[in-house]
Design a protein around this ligand. Sequence first.
Ligand SMILES: O=P(O)(O)OC[C@H]1O[C@H](O[C@H]2O[C@H](CO)[C@@H](O)[C@H](O)[C@H]2O)[C@H](O)[C@@H](O)[C@@H]1O
Length: 263
Amino acid sequence: MPKSSSSNAQLPPPPGRDAALFLDFDGTLVGLAATPEAIEVPPALVPLLSDLRDLLGGALAVVSGRQIDAIDRFLAPLRLPAAGEHGVQRRDAKGGMQEQRPPDLVPILDVANELARIHEGLLVERKHGAIALHYRLAPQLEAVCRDAMARAIEGRPQLELMHGKFVFEVKPSGVNKGLAIEAFMTEAPFAGRTPVFAGDDTTDESGFAVVQPRGGVAIKVGAGPSLALHRLESPRAVYEWLVQARDLLAAPDHHKASPRSPA
Ligand SMILES: O=P(O)(O)OC[C@H]1O[C@H](O[C@H]2O[C@H](CO)[C@@H](O)[C@H](O)[C@H]2O)[C@H](O)[C@@H](O)[C@@H]1O
């Protein structure tokens, strides 16, 4: 599939009434921050997502690399359908939770912790079935982190190394956001709708690869090559696009509302 760039991608249309809306979290709904806990959730985001969920008949899910617990905490009191840890965990629209049995991550955790002990600025995030080694505060250590984590998974085909924004993550093989979106699309209220997915990172490309062949809309947030044919420049632009979508979906049907329309 050809890749788009910031210069040839288009602005996305607002999701229509028949959309199934999938939203990445960090870098898409919220701006990136120095550490995972330092993000700021705009106060109006939670009611906006809640309105959109209702207007789309429940077909709105967060698809994130974070644990679902963390997403719930940041979006409280809202609890949306969600895929967490790139699909290791998934909560469907009825609240049912599916979670892969976590692999043995102790040897990986030991390597990551030892690296963080030796080098200032590295941060280890332990999740249910994955481990993230963050180097945003020490970007010069990218190669050191990559080499150590790659060596740590050698001979463990059940584990896979992902590279995100200033982070290397070890997670179970064969799990990704695209598969999580496909799973949602087999279930009510998502099934039969047009998938729309917005994300900012390389880890979102698997989701773009799923929605576009289904006639859906893939939106890359920010710069960088992407499979996505549509683009929004920042989480702020995503927010404004979502506000526009909410207002259009909530507007009374123009045809019925117009006084000049025939009865
Ligand atoms: O799929 P996402 O919802 O985008 O989650 C991807 C990772 O996001 C978090 O890390 C990223 O955001 C942090 C806060 O802005 C930033 O400090 C870090 O450099 C980014 O990589 C989260 O901590 C990870 O668990 C997610 O996998």
